[in-house]
Write a protein that binds this ligand. Structure first.
Ligand SMILES: [Zn+2]
Length: 333
């Protein structure tokens, strides 16, 4: 049998769903009006699943079934297979939304999940699910690791010396769960920026791991409009919204990640997961959980932003910015 990571049956559906596009992805996109990629909690769920499944295991063979997912490995698919074979995985690591699989010798595989990438564990004899792209076999004869990716925006590449931090992602800022995350320093950098808060939250170099969904949720918790300028924020306001982002992502992680299957289930009315976990994102026209005002969806940065118009009032001068946004709005289609 093939199963998704993490291997616990309770988690199987959710983690599979991270990367099961097609009908379900379309349903979410239709519902939320935005494409979604895995955010920090989802990637952490995958990392934990991998950690319990591949850490300490030696790779006995690799087969690349499609060249596209290894396109970032510039030496090509055959070189990828040769380089990886014989290595032993150390514990998988993550920074923000970026995942890497270190080897015990100091190198690593950098993994991009993209829109639809997923890892699965499967016995060697198990039939390949559609869109299986890369297969790892292990010397211990236990379940192999398979990278499955329908749309192939994701992929794997060997990062020499990347076990501690692949140089490809060295510019990515620490995420709020990193023991060395510097809240005061992040607040100071944020307040020096001449930008608006949501754009700053999505800037992975400033603070990593926050995507469109959890940015909206954090701003709702902090009662802040997405277009609030950052330069005149108090330290407390700036720290508050970053802390809120950490909090909503932590809650999502406790729920196993805000997976697409869970969202999908709720859309069909069979689970309260979606409404319980997300206060504003994807909830246009539904009541704000705090004040009952109907949630609005508005275009911002070529994506949708959801906010409560009462809890998250427009900042002064927003009309001017709104007029400036008209330009990008026209390009949104
Ligand atoms: Zn409200």
């Amino acid at each position: 049998m093939t199963r998704c990571l993490p291997p616990s049956p309770a988690d199987e559906k959710r983690v599979c769903s991270l990367a099961r596009p097609g009908q379900r992805r379309a349903s979410l996109a239709q519902h939320a009006g935005a494409r979604s990629v895995p955010e920090l909690p989802e990637v952490e769920v995958v990392r934990r699943g991998l950690a319990s499944s591949i850490t300490g295991r030696q790779i006995s063979g690799v087969r690349v079934l499609h060249p596209r997912p290894v396109r970032r490995h510039l030496a090509g698919p055959a070189d990828f297979e040769v380089q990886v074979t014989g290595r032993t995985f150390a514990e998988p690591r993550r920074r923000g939304k970026y995942l890497w699989l270190p080897f015990t010798d100091g190198d690593a595989i950098l993994a991009h999940l993209g829109m639809s990438g997923q890892f699965r564990l499967a016995d060697a004899a198990a039939p390949l699910v559609p869109n299986t792209r890369i297969i790892f076999a292990f010397a211990d004869g236990g379940p192999g690791l398979r990278f499955v990716d329908q749309r192939m925006f994701g992929g794997l590449s060997v990062s020499p010396g990347g076990a501690e931090l692949p140089r490809e992602i060295a510019h990515i800022g620490r995420d709020p769960f990193d023991p060395e995350f510097d809240l005061a320093g992040t607040v100071a950098r944020l307040r020096r920026r001449d930008t608006v808060i949501k754009r700053a939250l999505l800037d992975q170099q400033l603070v990593s791991g926050i995507g469109n969904i959890y940015a909206d949720e954090a701003l709702w918790v902090a009662r802040m409009h997405y277009a609030r300028p950052t330069h005149n924020m108090s330290r407390g306001q700036a720290a508050g919204v970053i802390t809120a982002a950490a909090s909503v992502m932590s809650n999502a992680l406790d729920d196993g990640g805000t997976s697409f299957d869970a969202l999908y289930v709720n859309i069909n009315g069979s689970s309260g997961y979606f409404d319980r976990s997300l206060a504003v994102y994807g909830r246009e026209g539904k009541p704000c959980p705090r004040c009952g005002t109907l949630i609005r969806r508005e275009p911002f940065m070529n994506r949708s932003s959801y906010r409560c118009p009462r809890c998250q009032r427009s900042p002064r001068g927003f009309k001017i910015q709104s007029a400036m946004r008209e330009h990008s709005r026209k390009n949104e289609g």
